[in-house]
Design a protein around this ligand. Structure first.
Ligand SMILES: Nc1nc2c(ncn2[C@@H]2O[C@H](COP(=O)(O)OP(=O)(O)OP(=O)(O)O)[C@@H](O)[C@H]2O)c(=O)[nH]1
Length: 405
């Protein structure tokens, strides 16, 4: 009887089927080039050869533990500024444009104020839509950005209903009876104004669209050394795809958790983001294939394939996401139109796709997301073999606009 462990038996068929039987095209994607097939075959051969030679599999001990990060908390000051690039999406030649023809309908169901562990506050908005049953989120920083659908009147609702679903101006406090500024003023008189409710005063001044004094400045720099460009007064936006592993259970396979923290840090700082910001958090786990399938992809990566190949071997597109919901949510938040936004991303797909079929949203500037480990020479951020491979595959195969120089 063989003394090989069952999982190493060369007699067993590999988990993934031979490439000869793989379809050449799935969901509109060209799946295999001969070089790509050769790469995958090489990975399979390496596994089989290791098993035949009775060599032990690579260590299963994980690299250094990455402690959980609280949004914005663990992010140190930057020795180097975030990079901003003016954007002209008409010139885009992204390899995976996943554009929608019509935008979905979205409605903000509820929002609540969330004080965070960093001391900053954000407004968490839960959206529903007409294309899936997931709760997509908008994480809003500052009081400038408001949801139109949340604020609009709903038939038969009471003032308590409005406040309960978050459709109020200013702050809630025990005993508050109205969601509206005008009524609060009437009922509570000038005391309320004297008690400094700056968000209400700003709301009144600007007729509903708050303008802060800093937003008229053309450029500045912050204590952390971030250099701000002439567009810095535009709202900062990130379209973030759900990643349970990277955001919740400390995975060092990807940089998703770090990116979420960094987006929150930039948006919460009024010097860096005077008009506030919004993270559109889409429930597109695993680039749209779901958590279970992503875990299968991780196993295929441990067998020698990269993140792109693993998706293809599981018969998924390399990137199954789309951004129509994000466009619709940005419109609802008043972030559409020629004034434009700054978008935090390295992904060329997002820049183009988020603008929408009729260029409803205009990305004026892209702000790069440089991995912290690169920016700090390895002193902070995620360090692992896996994340390095993940980042290099994003650059080589997904054409992410990221370079170490
Ligand atoms: N299928 C798959 N999904 C992954 C993997 N690693 C991370 N993800 C998912 O990828 C998504 C994040 O995409 P990324 O490619 O890291 O970044 P991006 O959102 O395209 O681009 P940026 O805006 O620059 O961050 C999240 O939904 C993660 O769950 C993987 O190995 N396989």
């Amino acid at each position: 009887m063989s003394n090989l462990p069952a999982h190493a038996s060369p007699a067993l068929a590999p988990l993934y089927s031979p490439q000869a039987s793989s379809p050449k095209r799935i969901d509109g994607l060209e799946l295999t080039s001969s070089a790509h097939e050769a790469d995958i075959q090489a990975g399979q051969n390496a596994v089989t050869t290791r098993a035949l030679r009775h060599e032990p599999p690579p260590s299963i001990i994980s690299p250094a533990f990455t402690p959980p990060a609280t949004p914005g908390f663990s992010t140190p000051s930057h020795p180097r500024p975030p990079r901003s690039t003016p954007v002209d999406t008409s010139q885009s030649d992204s390899p995976f444009p996943n554009l929608v023809d019509t935008l979905p309908a979205v409605e903000c169901d509820v929002r609540a104020r969330i004080p965070t562990t960093t001391g900053h506050e954000m407004w968490l908005h839960v959206y529903r839509n007409n294309i899936d049953s997931k709760e997509h989120l908008a994480i809003v920083f500052g009081n400038n950005i408001r949801s139109r659908s949340l604020d609009s009147e709903r038939p038969g609702e009471t003032e308590l209903d409005r406040m309960t679903r978050g459709a109020y101006v200013g702050r809630l406090y025990p005993g508050r009876t109205s969601s509206r500024v005008e009524q609060i003023k009437r009922v509570e008189g000038t005391t309320l104004r004297a008690k400094a409710k700056p968000d209400i005063r700003e709301f009144e001044k600007s007729n509903g669209s708050i303008v802060t004094s800093a937003s008229s400045a053309s450029s500045t720099s912050s204590e952390s050394g971030d250099v701000l460009t002439s567009n810095f007064a535009l709202p900062l936006v990130r379209i973030h795809s759900e990643c349970y592993t990277g955001e919740t259970v400390w995975s060092a396979r990807c940089d998703c958790g770090e990116q979420l923290d960094e987006a929150a840090r930039l948006m919460a700082d009024p010097h860096l983001s005077p008009s506030g910001g919004a993270i559109i958090y889409l429930r597109q786990e695993g680039r749209g294939i779901g958590l279970g399938e992503k875990l299968k992809a991780y196993n295929l990566q441990d067998l020698g394939n990269d993140t792109y190949e693993a998706n293809i071997m599981l018969r998924h597109p390399a990137d199954a996401r789309s951004y129509g919901l994000a466009t619709a949510m940005l419109m609802d938040l008043g972030l559409s139109g020629e004034k434009g936004i700054r978008l935090l991303t390295n992904n060329p797909d997002k820049v183009r796709a988020v603008e929408g079929p009729g260029r409803e949203v205009v990305v004026k500037e892209r702000v790069a997301m440089i991995p912290l480990a690169w920016k700090t020479g390895g002193k902070a951020g995620i360090r692992s073999e896996e994340v390095e491979k993940y980042l290099s595959t994003k650059i080589e195969k997904f054409k992410h606009m990221l370079s170490q120089t």
